[in-house]
Ligand binder design. Structure first.
Ligand SMILES: Cc1cc2nc3c(=O)[nH]c(=O)nc-3n(C[C@H](O)[C@H](O)[C@H](O)COP(=O)(O)OP(=O)(O)OC[C@H]3O[C@@H](n4cnc5c(N)ncnc54)[C@H](O)[C@@H]3O)c2cc1C
Length: 347
């Protein structure tokens, strides 16, 4: 029976971050993943440490942001591919109060590194309801499909594109076996699919569906700028843009809905006065936790089974730092960050 250090279940941003960390530590692993969950593949990929609605730092913004910037840049060169962009981001300000709030935020510590100032809207494509643009710098966007596909090719010999069958997992005191292989540890990274996991489905991980419209418009002509109102407009190239995403707690599947198409197209027309065409619509389920903190660590009864989940709406920001924390916990006995430790929940 072949033996490896780790079996990773699920290859979204959580599983992929763990795989790159293990690879860096020289650990052996296999990955089993299907396409039942799509959060990472449909995500906007915005790497942003500021909550732009309220001009607050995201939780652990400093640590998460600096870890993420370095992590993704290292992977870009490791995979010899390009998936990171650094666009301009403009918050669309519609009232004098919006402008005052933005200006006050530019004076706050840390936030002032990102929010620089306001300027008049130069773009004729914006609707007349936009009175100023708030400039936000040092935001990145990641093409997460290129990141995932490049990572799958890189780990090709260890990657199995299959459903994980929980019934075939044999958990014994010192060793775990799955089909014909044995492992020291299993790390579950199934996103919202965790609700089918008999070991961890006791955790309060709830689905929150998000959808984007894919818009084609030659008139928008905004290849290097993201616009943020209630929703993001993210340029994809070739006159295509992502517009969204919304949040909803029903219809928890990957099917786009007519109601969201209506909601997003109305919001788009409120901000932009251009001709456009909706060419497709994408949906995915964010794995969210009631206390808004991710969940990582060991199963309370089976310490060789671990989880990395609950990244909510900021998986791109949080995964690099947290994957390091989990891998260092397993192999270097480093404590799990208290706020995200799975042990905060009873079985
Ligand atoms: C519309 C939308 C927009 C978003 N935009 C952003 C953004 O701009 N910035 C940001 O930071 N975050 C964003 N997010 C949040 C981010 O996408 C999530 O935090 C993150 O993708 C969650 O990653 P994950 O790896 O935990 O889950 P997932 O990406 O869902 O990956 C889980 C993987 O496990 C697989 N799996 C599950 N069960 C099994 C099984 N039994 N057998 C085999 N494989 C299995 C799934 O198929 C999937 O491949 C967005 C989310 C959505 C939905």
């Amino acid at each position: 029976m072949t033996h490896k250090d780790v079996l990773i279940i699920g290859f979204g941003i959580a599983g992929a971050s763990i795989a790159h960390r293990l690879n860096r530590y020289g650990k052996s692993f296999d990955i089993v993943s299907n396409n039942s969950q799509q959060a990472t593949r449909v995500a906007g990929g915005v790497l942003n440490p500021i909550v732009l609605k309220r001009y607050k730092k995201a939780w652990k913004a400093n640590e998460f942001y600096s870890s993420a910037v370095k992590f993704y840049a290292d992977i870009e060169s490791k995979l010899d591919t390009s998936f990171i962009k650094q666009p301009n981001l403009f918050k669309l300000l519609q009232t004098p109060q919006d402008c005052n709030d933005f200006i006050s935020a530019t004076e706050q510590p840390y936030i002032s590194n990102f929010l620089t100032g306001i300027k008049p809207p130069s773009h004729s494509v914006l609707s007349t309801s936009v009175i100023k643009l708030g400039e936000v710098n040092h935001i990145y966007t990641l093409d997460l499909n290129t990141f995932l596909d490049g990572s799958i090719s890189y780990f090709n010999d260890s990657f199995y594109s299959n459903d994980f069958n929980y019934n075939n997992l044999k958990v014994e005191d010192s060793l775990i076996s799955y089909q014909s292989k044995s492992y020291q540890y299993v790390i579950f990274c199934e996103g919202y699919g965790v609700n089918h996991n008999p070991y961890f489905n006791y955790l309060p991980i709830y689905g929150n569906k998000g959808e984007y419209l894919i818009i084609h418009s030659k008139e928008l002509n905004s290849n290097h700028s993201i616009y943020k109102s209630k929703f993001f407009l993210i340029p994809l190239g070739k006159h295509l843009y992502k517009f969204g995403a919304n949040y909803q707690r029903h219809d928890l599947n990957n099917e786009p809905t007519e109601a969201t198409r209506h909601e997003l197209s109305k919001a788009f027309e409120k901000m932009f006065s251009v001709n456009y065409e909706i060419v497709s619509q994408l949906a995915g389920i964010r794995p969210t936790v009631k206390d808004r903190r991710p969940i990582l660590g060991r199963h309370p009864k089976h310490s060789q089974l671990l989880i990395f989940n609950g990244n909510g709406s900021r998986g791109v920001l949080a995964s690099p730092y947290l994957s390091k924390n989990l891998v260092q916990h397993i192999f270097n006995n480093q404590p799990i960050l208290e706020e995200v430790d799975v042990m905060r929940y009873d079985v």
